[in-house]
Design a protein around this ligand. Structure first.
Ligand code: KIV
Length: 299
C-alpha cells in the first residue's frame, strides 16, 4: 500500500506536469525556470497553483520553520515529514527534497537508502545534495539507482563550519573550480544544479559551460532559473535579508496586524459577534425559554 496521498488533479491546473525534461527544454528554449521552497501543505498549494516550476523542500526549513540556527541539526525524519505534507499539495511543479546533513556522508549504501525514502515514502521526484566533484561518484550511483539528483554548489550551507556564509567563487581560480564541480555533477547525471551566492560572472560562466539547467540563488540573472526561500520572498523570517533577496510582500506586518486586531476584539467583547455564533433550532429555543429561570440557569 502506498503511503503517498495525492490530491485529485484539479481542472484549474494550468499547465502540464513539470519534469526533469521540462527543465532541460526550458534551458534550451531560453525560458527562465521558476523555483521556490515550500515546507507545508498550505504554502505548497499556493506556490504550485501559482505555476512555479520547481518546489524545493529545502533543509532551510531548519531555520525558517523549526527555529534552528543552521541547517545542520535537520534530521531525515523532519525532512520526510515536511516533504510528505508538500507532496499532498503539489500537482504541477517538480518536487525536489533536500537530503539533510549527515544523511549522505557516511556511506553510499546509507545515501541510497535515505534518498530512496524521499522518493518512495515521501513522493519527492528528485533529491538535492550539496557538493561538487566530491559528490560526483554518489550522484552517479544515485542516478543509476533511478533517483534524479539536483546538485548544489557555491555557498553550501551544510559546509558552514568549513567555509562560513560567504560569497564563493571570487577569483578566476575559484571559478575554474566551480566550473569543474558543475561539469563533474553534469557528467555524473545531475538533472540541474543550484548555484548559491557566487558572483554574477561566475553564474554566467557555469551556466554557459553546462547542458543541464542552473538554478541561481544569489548567482545573478544569467542562470537558467531562480530560486528563493518562500519565507524570504514574503518576509516571514524576521531576519535581515541577504543581498539577493527581493521581498514581494510583508507577511510579517500583515499577520501581526491581524493578530493584534483579533486580540483587541476579544478583549473588547466584539468577537465573536452573534453572526459568528451557532444558534439553537426554534423549537429547542422555545422549550428552553419556557423553563423556569432557576432550572434554566442550572443547565
Ligand atoms: O535549503 C534551501 O532552501 C536551499 C535553497 C537555498 C536552494 O538549498
Amino acid at each position: 500500500m502506498s503511503l503517498i496521498q495525492l490530491p485529485p488533479r484539479e481542472e484549474s491546473v494550468p499547465a502540464p506536469k513539470i519534469t526533469a525534461q521540462t527543465l532541460l527544454d526550458r534551458k534550451q528554449a531560453h525560458q527562465p525556470i521558476t523555483a521556490l521552497t515550500a515546507y507545508d501543505y498550505s504554502t505548497a498549494r499556493l506556490v504550485d497553483q501559482a505555476g512555479i516550476d520547481m518546489v524545493l523542500v529545502g533543509d532551510s526549513l531548519g531555520m525558517a520553520v523549526l527555529g534552528y540556527d543552521s541547517t545542520l541539526p535537520v534530521t531525515m525524519e523532519e525532512m520526510l515529514h515536511h516533504t510528505r505534507a508538500v507532496r499532498r499539495a503539489v500537482r504541477h511543479a517538480l518536487l525536489v527534497a533536500d537530503m539533510p546533513f549527515g544523511s549522505y556522508h557516511s556511506s553510499t549504501g546509507e545515501a541510497i537508502a535515505n534518498a530512496t525514502r524521499f522518493i518512495k515514502d515521501a513522493g519527492a521526484e528528485a533529491v538535492k545534495i550539496e557538493g561538487g566533484r566530491n559528490r560526483a561518484a554518489l550522484v552517479s550511483t544515485l542516478t543509476q539507482s533511478e533517483i534524479a539528483v539536483v546538485g548544489h554548489i557555491g555557498l553550501t550551507p551544510q559546509s558552514v563550519h568549513r567555509i562560513g556564509y560567504r560569497v564563493q567563487g571570487k577569483s578566476a581560480a575559484a571559478i575554474d573550480d566551480l566550473i569543474a564541480d558543475a561539469q563533474a555533477l553534469e557528467a555524473a547525471g545531475a538533472i540541474a544544479i543550484v548555484l548559491e551566492c557566487i558572483p554574477r560572472e561566475a553564474g554566467g560562466l557555469i551556466t554557459a559551460a553546462l547542458a543541464i539547467p542552473t538554478i541561481g540563488i544569489g548567482a545573478g540573472p544569467e542562470c537558467d532559473g531562480q530560486i528563493l526561500v518562500f519565507h524570504d520572498l514574503v518576509n516571514l523570517t524576521g531576519a535581515t535579508p541577504a543581498k539577493f533577496v527581493r521581498r514581494y510582500a510583508d507577511a510579517s506586518a500583515l499577520i501581526t496586524e491581524a493578530i493584534q486586531h483579533y486580540a483587541s476584539d476579544v478583549r473588547g467583547g466584539t468577537f465573536p459577534a452573534d453572526a459568528e455564533s451557532y444558534h439553537l433550532p426554534r423549537e429547542a429555543s422555545s422549550e428552553l425559554l419556557a423553563r423556569e429561570p432557576l432550572k434554566r440557569s442550572r443547565r
